[in-house]
Design a binder for this molecule. Structure first.
Ligand code: TXA
Ligand code: MG
Length: 335
């Protein structure tokens, strides 16, 4: 059975089972690319210690070579084998939040290929909370380099069919593990500098991390595409749908939707706009967790439906909504 989409050769997209995971591990060990589910988004995996395999990730995604990759490990021991030093705070955070949506940037061990680090002296590490991802890492016996399994700057995949749509035959095998739970990418914390710094907000709010390791900074900058980056890869436009996305205060949504003749969809959080004037409306959950989990699938759907403009309510303030505000700000940025 092919669970991804009717147009994909069945050999390329398989429901994640013990035999398909074993097959995927063999593909990875021979230098191929496998997309797999994590609790955040689907990853495009390669053997993280094989530079040629990792190079294929950059080609498949069209990813700039100055944007380093996360290595995925199955446990703390797997992470410790990849760093030059493992600070006590890393141990505390890993014990509390791994497996889970926390990526830690640490001083890299000398054997980490340069292409994984994009030349940086640091490496990003994460232990994903998904049984398929963990089984795959263990079966491969290597750390897996894995960015989100989409073309560079596109919307991250929260379902196997999003991967197939975005990458098609650029990936050797897709393991379908159903929709992902958290919906947005992991929180990235840089522990290679003081004070520690959140480079990308994610499902774990900074205050949860601070409670364990003391004050941390949240880096809110975004640099222009193609420049060497303090936090590489945090280019301003990212996660972007094909439709033009505009963020507006709730009271101006309706008026703005009357402008222009293109196909417009209004998106609000929690409660629909009363009397939308017959316009098309979509609703995201009114709680941050639910909205994060649903966001990418909604953007993929609207793209598939050929929508021209998305007018979305500015998400609420507050720490719980930080990751969502960050992704939407980037999705709405001009190319
Ligand atoms: O939830 C996630 O993190 C997903 C799943 C698949 O695990 N992965 C993911 O990978 O979002 P990617 O490549 O789309 O985003 C990784 C981010 C990039 O912004 C990259 O610049 C940053 O991590 N990064 C990787 N290594 C780094 C390093 N050594 N120093 C600073 N930032 C780093
Ligand atoms: Mg990505």
């Amino acid at each position: 059975m092919n669970s991804c989409s009717p147009d994909v050769p069945p050999s390329r997209c398989l429901p994640a089972t013990e035999p398909s995971i074993a097959e995927a591990a063999a593909v990875l060990r021979s230098g191929g690319l496998v997309a797999f589910p994590t609790e955040t988004v689907y990853g495009l995996g390669a053997d993280g210690l094989n530079p040629e395999a990792v190079a294929r990730i950059y080609t498949a995604k069209g990813r700039p070579s100055n944007n380093p990759l996360i290595l995925h490990v199955a446990d703390i021991d797997g992470a410790r084998a990849l760093v030059a030093s493992w600070p006590p705070e890393a141990q505390v955070l890993a014990e509390r939040f791994w497996p889970g949506p926390l990526t830690m940037v640490l001083a890299a061990a000398p054997h980490i290929p340069e292409i994984v680090r994009a030349g940086n002296p640091t490496v990003a590490l994460r232990c994903p909370a998904h049984p398929v991802a963990l089984a795959l890492i263990r079966a491969t016996g290597r750390p897996l380099a894995a960015p989100s399994a989409n073309r560079s700057q596109g919307i991250s995949p929260s379902r196997a069919e999003h991967v197939v749509k975005s990458l098609g035959s650029r990936v050797d095998l897709v393991l379908d593990g159903g929709p992902t739970k958290a919906g947005v990418e992991s929180t990235i914390l840089d522990l290679s500098r003081r004070p520690f710094r959140v480079l990308r907000p994610g499902p774990l709010a900074p205050s949860l991390l601070e409670a364990l390791v003391g004050p941390i900074e949240v880096w809110s900058g975004a640099v222009a595409d193609g420049t060497v980056q303090a936090a590489p890869g945090m280019a301003s436009r990212h996660y972007a749908p094909k439709a033009h996305l505009e963020l507006l205060p709730r009271p101006s949504l309706l008026a703005r939707s009357q402008e222009g003749g293109n196909r417009v969809v209004l998106v609000t959080f929690g409660t629909p706009l009363p009397g939308s004037g017959g316009g098309e409306q979509r609703l995201l959950p009114g709680n941050a967790e639910g909205a994060m989990a649903a966001l990418y699938a909604l953007l993929h759907d609207l793209d598939a439906a050929g929508v021209d403009r998305i007018l979305m309510e500015i998400p609420p303030d507050g720490e719980a909504w930080m990751a969502l505000r960050d992704r939407l700000r980037r999705a709405a940025a001009k190319a």
